[in-house]
Structure formats: structure tokens, C-alpha cells
Ligand binder design. Structure first.
Ligand code: PLP
Length: 426
């Protein structure tokens, strides 16, 4: 995207006009939560002002309008993912809940003691802990694939680790730390060769790359609204409808039933079977508006922009002695740049940058096994999106140089530094 295009897009994001600590805000934390554009806020506002009611239950006009908008949002999510059948889309609170849903509903109904779930060391905790809960409950074995010399998940090792006991292969589409996109089709083929379910954590991919669940051979795909420029409190799970319709519910209550007696119940068809209780209606509508916004720009344009900014940032940081960056280099690398200023705790780096109005994340990024594999306790992380400018990246690199100079001589190794209180929230 040209500088002029980005400047025009920025006008859709009022928060970017803010000043923080008397400096213009430079928001480099979109991988944690992206900012929301005016059209998304307007869609939520319109629903709240003119159409708000509960869905699927009322015979009155407002309820019908709310239901129509909510179900249209489901169809929008399906189109965004390249899924032909909206019945495969379940609204959840976020990607975490979507992954828990699969581990619970699929894991507990299909897997037995000794069956294996294959993950990588680079997963977000949201794609590890639900499987750990399953392992504790059912004696399922979790196996983790490490990194290869090039810093990517070792796909040769992954293929070699897949065997007759492998029932699920669960991995990320784009890494929230290493920043690169995995070749889904290759992993899908390996998983399907033994009849395993291929589960993809798409939380960091959905805002940046075009997703086609059918062409890439995915069986289940999870993402969050707040990372694609939608609101918090909404996410989605897409699962192959022919698999989803064979699964038992995850949560029980209203909306997900067919018939209830005092001592037993039967369940609704998909997707309602997995949406117990009143859903996040305004948020689903906001999510659909966010997907409209992204597709109007073009995911391929966003990804190219991310890649260009990541290349610029990595070149700038790598030119600084005393600054380390992580993750592979290449065309598959998007706008996520983890780094450390040697001898300075990442929380101090982030605080210093915040004093200049620059928002970055610091901590283990909910990826403790990956931190271990990288030999660090934590990192700082800058992440870019469609509204990030080249000037902001330059300002960020210059500020990191000032951090290094400010702390020079005040050495505490980040590699051996214990996590600080509060780091678990990263
Ligand atoms: N997966 C990845 C790769 C993520 O980066 C995140 C959040 O940072 C999640 C899953 C969890 O997303 P949420 O907290 O919205 O459920």
C-alpha cells in the first residue's frame, strides 16, 4: 500500500489521533488487539440504536431483525474463511474458547488414552492448555515438534512424528511471536494421511492473510474478533459441518436444545448446538463489519504491507548492536517483530517506549515453550497492521536505539532473567 493509502485508512481510526505521554500515539500492539475502524463502530452502534433484541426467540420485529443480522454475520464469517456452509461457523467469545470447544467436544468424544495430539513448541497457550486439560482427563498424549535451524517449526519432524496414534494435529497459521505463516496444505496432507483432524489456530492469520479452509485442507479454524479490527467478546470456530454435526455439546442451556425434560434433553442441530445462552449479538455484527472492512482493502494488500514493514523494522533493529531479533526471515514473515535489548528487561523496554507514546508488548506472549526454545525468558514485540506507517517504524527503531543507549552499562541478562510478577498476563 502507498503512504497515501495508509494515510487515508488511518482517518478511519479515531484512536490513532490520540497523544500518549505528550507524544503522538504509535500503536505497535495490533497482534494483541487491533484498533477498530469507524465503519465497524457504526455497525455496532446502528444495531444497538435501532435493532437490539434477543435472537432466535421472539416473534416480534426487532427480534427478527436482530436474528437476521446475527445470522448474516455468521454467513459473512463463512465467506471470509472460504467455507461454503455457514452451519460450520460457531460464534465463541474468542479464539481461546473456540480451541477449547474443539478439545472438549471432539477430544472427549473421539479420543482415548494413548491417542496422540501433535502440536508445535511455538503454539500460543490457547492451543496448548485445552489439550493439556484433555490429556489430564483422558490420558491423551501431547507431543510437541521443535524448531528447525531456520527458526520455523520443523515440518520434516512433524511429518515424521505423525503416526497411527495421531488423532489431532493442532498448530498455528501465523505465529504470534515468530511472525511467519505456515504452509497449511502440507500439514493437512500429513495429518489426513493417518486420518487425524487438522485444527488451525488462526488468531494471528485472520487479520493478515486470506484464508481458504477448503483449499488448505483445514478441518477446524479458530480466530478472534478483536484481532481483525472487531470488538472483544466475539470469536469464531469454523469446523467441517460433517464433523461438527457428530459432536456432543460443549456448554448446555437455552438456545442449544431441541427438547428438554426435567431429567434429560436432546440437542439442536449445528451450529446452535454449540451456542448455549444469549450470544454476543452486537459483537457478531461488529465482527462481520470488520471482515467487510478488511476485504475491501484486500488481505493480499495488508499482508504485503505487513511484510514490507517487518523487513524495514528487522533491517533497522539488526543494524543496532546490542539488539537481538527473533524469528525466521523470508517472504512468509508478516508484521510481528520480537526483539530484546541485551541486558534490559523487556518490560523496561516497553515502559521506556511508552514514555515516548510507542505501544509495544513485553513478556512471554503466552508462548512459554517457545521462549524456552529461543533461550529467552521473554521479549518485547512490535506488531504492525494496515494503519502502521513507515515513519512509525523508523520512529520505533530510533527509540529502541535510545533505550539501548539509556540502559548501557546497566546489564542484566535477559536470557537468564526470571519472569517478573505480572508477566503471566502478557
Ligand atoms: N492464538 C494466537 C496465535 C494468539 O496470538 C492469541 C492471542 O494473542 C490467541 C490464540 C488467543 O486469542 P484470544 O485471547 O483472543 O482468545
Amino acid at each position: 500500500m502507498t503512504d497515501a493509502t495508509v494515510a487515508a485508512l488511518r482517518r478511519d481510526f479515531p484512536i490513532l489521533q490520540r497523544r500518549v505521554n505528550d507524544c503522538p500515539l504509535v500503536y505497535l500492539d495490533s497482534a494483541a488487539s487491533a484498533q477498530m475502524a469507524e465503519p465497524v463502530m457504526a455497525a455496532i452502534d446502528d444495531y444497538r440504536r435501532h435493532h437490539h433484541a434477543n435472537v432466535h426467540r421472539g416473534a416480534h420485529t426487532l427480534s427478527a431483525e436482530a436474528t437476521e443480522r446475527y445470522e448474516a454475520s455468521r454467513a459473512r464469517v463463512a465467506r471470509f474463511l472460504g467455507a461454503p456452509d455457514p452451519r460450520g461457523v460457531v460464534f465463541t467469545r474468542n479464539a481461546t474458547e473456540a480451541l477449547n470447544l474443539i478439545a472438549h467436544a471432539y477430544g472427549r468424544s473421539r479420543l482415548q488414552a494413548g491417542d496422540e495430539v501433535l502440536v508445535s513448541v511455538a503454539e500460543h497457550h490457547a492451543n496448548l492448555v485445552p489439550w493439556h486439560l484433555l490429556a489430564q482427563d483422558r490420558g491423551v498424549v501431547i507431543k510437541g515438534v521443535g524448531l528447525s535451524a531456520d527458526g520455523r517449526v520443523d515440518l520434516d519432524a512433524l511429518e515424521a512424528a505423525i503416526g497411527p496414534r495421531t488423532k489431532v494435529v493442532a498448530t498455528f497459521h501465523v505465529s504470534n511471536v515468530l511472525g511467519y505463516e505456515q504452509p497449511l496444505r502440507r500439514i493437512a496432507d500429513a495429518a489426513h494421511a493417518v486420518g487425524a483432524l487438522f485444527v488451525v489456530d488462526g488468531a494471528q492469520a485472520a487479520p493478515h492473510v486470506a484464508v481458504d479452509v477448503v483449499a488448505s485442507g483445514v478441518d477446524a479454524y479458530a480466530f478472534s474478533g478483536h484481532k481483525v479490527g472487531g470488538p472483544t467478546g466475539i470469536g469464531a470456530l469454523w469446523m467441517r459441518p460433517d464433523v461438527l454435526e457428530t459432536l456432543p455439546p460443549f456448554l448446555g442451556g437455552g438456545e442449544m436444545i431441541r427438547r428438554v425434560e426435567v431429567d434429560r434433553s436432546t440437542y439442536a442441530d449445528i451450529p446452535m448446538r454449540f451456542e448455549a445462552g444469549t450470544p454476543a449479538i452486537a459483537e457478531a455484527i461488529g465482527l462481520a463489519a470488520a471482515l467487510d472492512y478488511l476485504e475491501a482493502i484486500g488481505l493480499e494488500n495488508i499482508w504485503a504491507h505487513d511484510r514490507a514493514l517487518a523487513t524495514q523494522a528487522l533491517a533497522g533493529l539488526d543494524a543496532l548492536t546490542g539488539v537481538e531479533t527473533y524469528g525466521p526471515r523470508g517472504d512468509d514473515r508478516g508484521g510481528i517483530v520480537p526483539f530484546n535489548v541485551v541486558g534490559v528487561h523487556p518490560h523496561d523496554v516497553a515502559s521506556f517506549l511508552d514514555a515516548e507514546g510507542i505501544a509495544v508488548r513485553a513478556g512471554h506472549h503466552c508462548a512459554q515453550p517457545l521462549m524456552k526454545a529461543l533461550g529467552v525468558a521473554s521479549t518485547a514485540r512490535a506488531s504492525f497492521w494496515l494503519y502502521t506507517t513507515r515513519d512509525e517504524v523508523d520512529a520505533f527503531v530510533a527509540a529502541v536505539a535510545r533505550v539501548r543507549d539509556f540502559f548501557a552499562g546497566d546489564a542484566v541478562s535477559v536470557a537468564t532473567d526470571a519472569p517478573r510478577p505480572g508477566e503471566a498476563l502478557a
